[in-house]
Design a protein around this ligand. Structure first.
Ligand SMILES: [Ca+2]
Ligand SMILES: [Ca+2]
Length: 207
């Protein structure tokens, strides 16, 4: 019996020794277009990262992918902004190749479109703005206290600022040089009582 168990143990040991390295040696990428990123951007860089975040399909075919790619090691990063109609896309930048880490890979054209440099072309990628809007780090216009939630406190903060009681620290300049205030709920370029009432109306509708 002991000999039998011994044989089984040896068999299990041999199996584990022979099976494990197969996984360890597998270096195949889980991503569809990582080789393109390497070809176009990585070059001599020793440190880089690449991730495919969202696949958009046109029929059966993928027509664009939102990707996140970085180059360089230990690069300083700072929070960067990119303004859209009702939200500000917020992401740390790092030393390239993209301004805010993210880009669209256009499958048909075989090219990466930087969100900042290619800003005017982003609307041709159906659904992309909605995907970007869904990022948790974003700041929605009207979020005067920058807590990533639209509440009645945002309306109150705006009223306090307008009354000169408590100034808001909500100004930003985005990566394209567009300046604004996060509290500008109606996106008309100025902070006014309409921003506060707009927030209150929206909250009332949601109730
Ligand atoms: Ca808020
Ligand atoms: Ca306004």
């Amino acid at each position: 019996m002991g000999k039998f168990i011994g044989i089984i143990l040896v068999f299990v040991l041999v199996l584990s020794v022979t099976v494990v390295p197969v996984f360890a040696e597998s270096t195949e990428s889980n991503y569809l277009y990582e080789d393109k990123f390497i070809e176009y951007y990585v070059g001599d860089h020793t440190a880089w990262s690449y991730r495919e975040e969202y696949y958009h399909y046109e029929g059966e075919q993928i027509d664009w992918i939102l990707i996140r790619g970085t180059l360089g090691e230990g690069a300083l990063s700072k929070m960067c902004y990119l303004k859209f109609d009702d939200f500000v896309f917020t992401s740390p930048s790092i030393c390239g190749p993209f301004d805010m880490k993210y880009a669209v890979y256009d499958v048909k054209e075989d090219m990466f479109v930087d969100l900042v440099d290619g800003y005017d072309e982003l609307w041709q990628y159906k659904g992309l703005i909605d995907v970007l809007r869904g990022f948790e780090r974003n700041i929605f216009l009207g979020d005067a206290d920058l807590n990533r939630e639209l509440t009645v406190l945002d309306a109150t903060s705006i009223q306090m600022d307008l009354a000169g009681l408590k100034p808001l620290w909500d100004r930003y300049t985005d990566q394209r040089g567009v300046s604004g205030r996060f509290s500008d709920f109606d996106n008309d370029g100025v902070l006014s009582i309409l921003d506060a009432t707009g927030i209150q109306l929206k909250l009332a509708r949601l109730d």
